[in-house]
Design a protein around this ligand. Structure first.
Ligand SMILES: *Cc1c(COP(=O)(O)O)cnc(C)c1O
Length: 473
């Protein structure tokens, strides 16, 4: 590569590593930085500057290479290295169960128990009555049975693990009958056909995408059939000319042929959402009382707890699952278990649960309350008194997310924000780069914040972020 005179000059100017190490010794903001981090940051910065000199499109100049400029750049790299990668964000998307933003946030009780169990020894696998080894599932099994009406229960790492484990235990080397209308894909590459293949079972599809009848299932049963599987189509809906077989009918078919029936509910809830003006999602109790042998669902979707996969059902099958060596690889950890137990305890009083479990509260909150909070944010923002800023309330819909309540739009109050001289993309990015990051969306060239998922104490943080962005204008 032919370098021009300016490039050669700049390369000569680029400070040496040793020189910068010397300089950094007197820089107070580096005093508490581990030496390894500082060295790595210096090397990274100098390497990056060298590349920028070699690629003229960066338009680097002499003034970019002074000692103080280089130290400033190193400070940025050091800062980034010293702040945790996983950080709190403000969810202004209105999507309550946002998989990319961590799905459900935990109830206060769950957080407190998490803290207690994580910071101390516990009876995780110790039976305090007998003084001998116990099972970790004991913490939630009884509660899950009480809430669902099932004979037995356990919890594993997540629902994907729960489905895999059940299939592997019940149907390995056997066929699993599933309707073509229920061969779902969930985000993050969970596909029912793939998980069946991985479990060692053989998928037997029946019916068509839009219509599957009882006779389709009945006609597909053979000697090798190990399981009838029903999957809740949690993130889409087939409408129009449709037909499907309900769980009760499948259970009757299964019991006639002595074949177990499993339902993967996906989201899974103990609450009847129709009582709150939302569409009813199938509840775990419904599936159990319809006679399913096994029901699986997530801990962090509509349930509003930590990431977990919950299995409830008949005792003889659960006994087999608990003995499956795969269980050890998919087991729930103690922190999750602590948070899950506390979350489940709240469901004993469903009305309280809806108030105390943030996911449920955000899904069922009356739009008037969102409106009040939005009005408060508008007051805070107009209080900045900057003529470049314009904010107005808009009626838009929020989504439940997490593959639940797929078809319903929840009427919400949003704030549409514009700043003269800034594109919506620029605003979106600046808000995302705030500490803590604020995640909104763009619609019709407006920056939109949906207040359904914004907490009261986060309003002031949003105001400060907007103030800072306006200052850069
Ligand atoms: C979400 C979902 C899963 C996967 O659950 P995770 O807890 O995310 O592993 C499986 N099946 C269905 C139907 C789902 O909706």
């Amino acid at each position: 590569m032919e370098l021009n005179e300016k490039q050669l000059n700049l390369l000569k100017m680029l400070p040496g590593i040793d020189h910068i190490i010397e300089l950094s010794k007197t820089e107070p903001s580096f005093f508490n930085v581990p030496r390894s981090v500082l060295l790595l940051s210096i090397r990274k910065t100098v390497g990056k500057l060298r590349n920028e000199i070699l690629d003229v499109s960066h338009g680097l100049n002499e003034k970019d290479l002074t000692d103080s400029m280089v130290i400033e750049k190193i400070k940025d790299v050091v800062n980034k290295a010293m702040t945790p990668n996983l950080k709190q964000v403000i969810n202004a998307t209105g999507v309550v169960i946002h998989t990319n933003l961590g799905r459900s946030i935990l109830a206060a009780d769950a957080l407190a128990n998490l803290d207690l169990i994580a910071g101390n020894y516990s009876n995780l696998e110790f039976d305090l009555e007998k003084g001998e080894r116990g099972l970790r599932y004991t913490a939630v099994e009884e509660l899950l049975c009480e809430l669902s009406g099932a004979e037995a229960a356990m919890a594993v790492n997540n629902n994907a693990a729960a489905v895999l484990l059940c299939l592997e235990t019940i149907a390995r080397n056997k066929s699993v009958i599933v309707s073509r209308g229920e061969l779902v894909e969930i985000g993050g590459s969970f596909r029912i056909p793939d998980i069946i293949a991985k479990s060692g079972a053989i998928l037997k599809e029946v019916g068509t995408t839009n219509r599957t009848r009882f006779q389709d299932y009945a006609g597909a049963i053979e000697n090798e059939t190990g399981l009838l599987l029903k999957v809740h189509t949690s993130n889409y809906s087939i409408v129009g000319f449709t037909e499907n077989v309900n769980l009760k009918e499948l259970v009757s078919l299964g019991s006639k042929h002595n074949i177990p029936v499993m339902e993967d509910l996906g989201s899974g809830t103990f609450i009847d959402f129709s009582a709150y003006g939302l569409t009813k999602e199938p509840t775990v109790q419904d599936s159990v009382s319809a006679g399913a042998d096994i029901v699986t669902f997530s801990g962090d979707k509509l349930l509003g707890g930590p990431q977990a996969g919950i299995i409830v059902g008949k005792k003889d099958i659960l006994d087999k699952i608990k003995k499956n060596p795969l269980t050890r690889a998919l087991r729930i950890d103690k922190l999750t278990l602590a948070a899950l137990e506390s979350t489940l305890r709240l469901y004993r009083d469903p009305e309280k649960a809806v108030q105390l479990i943030p996911t449920l509260l955000m899904l069922t909150i009356p739009v008037d309350l969102i409106k009040k909070r939005a009005a408060k944010l508008i007051r805070l923002l107009t209080g900045i008194k900057n003529s470049a800023l314009s904010v107005k309330p808009v009626d838009l819909n929020s989504k439940a997310g997490g593959g639940s309540l797929p078809l319903i739009d929840l009427p919400s109050k949003c704030i549409a924000m514009k700043i003269a001289g800034m594109s919506a993309n620029f605003i979106e990015r600046s808000m995302r780069e705030n500490i803590p990051p604020i995640i909104g969306r763009i619609e019709d060239d407006n920056y939109i914040m949906d207040i359904r998922t914004v907490k009261e104490d986060e309003l002031i943080i949003i105001k400060d972020a907007v103030t800072a962005i306006l200052r850069r204008n």
